[in-house]
Design a protein around this ligand. Structure first.
Ligand SMILES: [Zn+2]
Length: 70
């Protein structure tokens, strides 16, 4: 019976470590932020539009900046 309890405790400890590792991974993912070259808003790099060496939050802002420069 004690063996079973120890096994359950071990599973809980391992589960806790896995959850902590997962949450830490998410923090580093969110940590990658870029700012829009048009409006300056900060957003995740994975959602960014990268065009002409600039980051944009949406296609509309890219188009606006492009028409302003030309
Ligand atoms: Zn923008």
């Amino acid at each position: 019976m004690i063996r079973l309890l120890l096994l359950l405790l071990l599973i809980f400890v391992i589960w806790g470590f896995i959850n902590r590792y997962k949450s830490r991974k998410n923090v580093t993912k969110i940590g990658l932020m870029v700012s829009c070259d048009h409006c300056g808003i900060f957003f995740p790099k994975q959602e960014a539009l990268y065009l002409d060496q600039h980051y944009y939050c949406c296609k509309a802002h890219y188009e606006e900046n492009r028409s302003k420069n030309s």
